[in-house]
Design a protein around this ligand. Structure first.
Ligand SMILES: CCCCC/C=C\C/C=C\C/C=C\C/C=C\C/C=C\CCC(=O)SCCNC(=O)CCNC(=O)[C@H](O)C(C)(C)COP(=O)(O)OP(=O)(O)OC[C@H]1O[C@@H](n2cnc3c(N)ncnc32)[C@H](O)[C@@H]1OP(=O)(O)O
Ligand SMILES: Cc1cc2nc3c(=O)[nH]c(=O)nc-3n(C[C@H](O)[C@H](O)[C@H](O)COP(=O)(O)OP(=O)(O)OC[C@H]3O[C@@H](n4cnc5c(N)ncnc54)[C@H](O)[C@@H]3O)c2cc1C
Length: 634
């Protein structure tokens, strides 16, 4: 007789009479029905492999054992990659990301940098000959690389990197050296124990002149023994300059000095998708748990309610639920822009590079910071159980907060966006992602609180805040301040303008996607509710920006608040159905709180039982330390 599959009765009830087709949303998020089939096949292919399961929870292993266990699984995954039914690159992308990859490699993928930065650096900056020499070797895993840019003393300010590559015309070699302690490469993933090659960013010196940072291929370790090559600690010999700027000893300037930064642009684009996947996991865990958890008293004398029935809990969880759709659609738009710009750059057309840089900085900073805040709210919404390591919130939070720093610290990226916006606004030059700065809203500044009216408010704020920042810069200039001081003294306004610009892009992506998308009426209804909820939520959170740049009144805000709480109530009944549409398997969620069947308490109990401390009633340390203390009559 088939075993009755347990389903928590509350979750079961939440899933009854779903008014929309969940699979339609799954296909939308995957990029089509075929992609969903491919993803599910891949998940089965990977997650069914017993060798990829952890014998004991990773949190109970030593640092070295964690590394060894993750490396074992990563190497096994690479073998499976070769035989993957979905093909190498889709499998690779799935294995590198926050979804399937982190379901297997919970502490991090020791080979991630090889694929996320080392290979993209070769593809983006290597010459044809260099790619012929190294790409196949890298794809075949006959070499393991990393991307070594950040030093102890510098990570943000690339022009301040100290590692030097001096070209010796006699030997036609580059001598790489770390001239000081602060020049030591620090942070590069896999550099410590895994990689035997690295793309090293160093200041290129030739004929006594510094030509700025350039990428160099450096062998770090012997390919057989894995021993560091002689002198590798602070002196690196025989690197090869990746790129083609040295012709017979003469430096030939690249068409754009920032092309060497292209790898970072690629990863920033990828990070937007990655943090969105992590946010989707956090929202699923918190939403399902909030419908299983019953606590306190809503109506005196009644049964304890599901905590999701508290408006306060809906206010915590429904904006991040909406954000997962908003960020996904914006990340899709950015990915498309990246491909267009990259194809153009390969043809020598660099026109879109500033737009791509501006937008990738804006979205990476916005999606990572918002996702980090939302993941923390999701954790808090689960009370004490959200704090447990097995809830998976600590790991998810660690991954999204890391993204606020790596690939460009967010504040620094916001200032890059502001630099691009001020320049564009002043030049009134066209620019793909600043179309609205040019096409600003004309006509009366009266507010209408329809969806279109709210988008117009976002547009006014994006344009208005750039103008406020420019006015600050001009005011400082008139006081005789030097441009760099004026820039520094306007930083708060500049960052606000950059963030308003990023929010407008996300809002317009969400609204435009719903207009363009071929959606069934029920799906369009629920996604439109999420869209309206999200853009009102952000407006209420940043109402100061809108007051500054439009005729928004107190009445308008009260009206928007009412609309917001109405939308909370309207979406509440579909919360579980919406997170079910993400189609995240329990192994990917990796959390007793978020499991599909809602059997939370038994799974929490089973997880606790796995602790080494729970393998005996009295731990040996009692006899060593506690018992003597108890007897010591202090
Ligand atoms: C092969 C298959 C792959 C499959 C993989 C698929 C998926 C993977 C899935 C998941 C992966 C998930 C996530 C990613 C995972 C891991 C990431 C791991 C680790 C992170 C690695 C790192 O952190 S690497 C180090 C990153 N470091 C940085 O980002 C440094 C930040 N600093 C800078 O970028 C710069 O210093 C600066 C921009 C802050 C300032 O540079 P500076 O030289 O001072 O330039 P400015 O004077 O400010 O501006 C001059 C000019 O240049 C323009 N510009 C600056 N940067 C760029 C750029 N990147 N691109 C284009 N243009 C740029 C700037 O706009 C100015 O232009 P104008 O003069 O015209 O105004
Ligand atoms: C998990 C993780 C993985 C990483 N992996 C790699 C890797 O594989 N390879 C690699 O090369 N690097 C890697 N890094 C390093 C990462 O890229 C840097 O830490 C990042 O670029 C930030 O630089 P920083 O550490 O110098 O911070 P800093 O720039 O020193 O930041 C300190 C403070 O200074 C502020 N600040 C700096 N410049 C300005 C400015 N111009 N205006 C205003 N404020 C400013 C910042 O906003 C911040 O508040 C990784 C980092 C992390 C956390």
């Amino acid at each position: 007789m088939s075993k009755e599959i347990y389903e928590n009765p509350d979750l079961k009830k939440e899933r009854q009479n779903c008014p929309f087709n969940k699979e339609e949303i799954t296909h939308l998020l995957d990029g089509g029905k075929e992609k969903t089939i491919e993803r599910k096949q891949l998940e089965n292919y990977i997650l069914s492999d017993e060798q990829l399961k952890d014998a004991v929870p990773m949190e109970y292993l030593s640092h070295a054992d964690k590394y060894a266990e993750e490396l074992r699984k990563a190497c096994l995954l690479m073998h499976k990659l070769a035989d993957s039914p979905a093909g190498q690159v889709p499998t690779l992308r799935a294995l590198m990301g926050a979804g399937l990859g982190s379901a297997v490699l919970k502490e991090g993928n020791p080979l991630a940098l090889h694929y996320v930065m080392f290979i993209p650096a070769l593809m983006g900056q290597g010459t044809i000959d260099q790619q012929a020499k190294w790409l196949e070797k890298a794809y075949n895993l006959n070499m393991i690389g990393t991307y070594a840019q950040t030093e102890l003393g510098h990570g943000t300010f690339l022009r301040g990197l100290e590692t030097r590559a001096t070209y010796d015309p006699k030997t036609q070699e580059f001598i790489l050296e770390s001239p000081s302690l602060t020049a030591y490469k620090w942070w590069p993933g896999s550099l410590g124990k895994t990689a035997n090659y690295a793309v090293v960013m160093a200041q290129l010196y030739t004929k006594g002149k510094c030509e700025g940072t350039h990428p160099f291929m450096v062998q770090l370790r012997d390919e057989e023994t894995h021993e560091p090559l002689p002198g590798i600690v602070n002196m690196w010999l025989n690197p090869v300059c990746i790129s083609s700027y040295i012709h017979y000893g003469t430096y030939v300037k690249p068409t754009n000095s920032k092309l060497s930064y292209a790898t970072m642009v690629f990863v920033r684009v990828v990070v937007c998708q990655d943090v969105t996947t992590n946010l989707r996991k956090a929202v699923t865990i918190a939403t399902r748990y909030s419908c299983v958890r019953r606590q306190s008293e809503l109506k005196p004398g009644d049964r304890e309610p599901q905590v999701m029935d508290y408006q306060a809990q809906q206010n915590k969880l429904l904006p991040p639920l909406a954000a997962t759709f908003a960020f996904q659609l914006a990340a899709d738009h950015l990915w498309n822009l990246y491909h267009t710009a990259n194809n153009n750059i390969e043809q020598g057309d660099l026109e879109l590079l500033p737009d791509l840089h501006g937008l990738s900085c804006a979205l990476k900073a916005l999606c990572s910071s918002e996702a980090a805040n939302f993941v923390e709210v999701c954790r808090q919404s689960c009370g004490g159980h959200g704090y447990m390591s097995c809830s998976n919130f600590p790991r998810i939070y660690g991954q999204v907060t890391a993204a606020e720093t790596y690939e460009g610290e967010n504040t620094v990226l916001w200032l890059q966006v502001a630099r691009y916006l001020v320049k564009t606004r002043k030049e009134q030059s066209g620019g793909l992602s600043v179309k609205y700065l040019i096409g600003e809203e004309k006509g009366p500044k009266t507010v209408d609180t329809t969806l279109e009216g709210i988008v117009k408010l976002y547009r006014r704020a994006a344009v208005g805040l750039v103008d406020v920042a420019i006015a600050e810069l001009d005011k400082s200039g008139r006081k005789g301040e030097a441009p760099h001081d004026a820039w520094n003294h306007a930083a708060v306004y500049l960052i606000k303008a950059a963030q308003a610009h990023a929010r407008l892009f996300v809002v317009e992506s969400f609204v435009d996607s719903l207009k363009e998308g071929k959606l069934s009426a029920p799906v369009r209804t629920v996604l439109s509710q999420l869209c309206e909820l999200f853009i009102i939520y952000w407006l209420l959170e940043r109402s100061g920006d809108f007051f500054l740049c439009s005729n928004l009144t107190k009445q308008d805000l009260l009206l928007l608040n009412s609309k917001y709480v109405e939308l909370l109530a309207a979406i509440r009944p579909q919360a579980v159905n919406l997170v079910d549409s993400f189609d995240l398997r329990d192994e990917v969620l990796n959390s007793p709180l978020g499991c599909w069947d809602g059997n939370v308490y038994q799974r929490l109990f089973d997880e606790a039982a796995k602790s080494p401390l729970n393998q005996s009633n009295v731990h040996e340390s009692f006899h060593k330390y506690l018992k003597p203390l108890l007897k010591s009559n202090l």
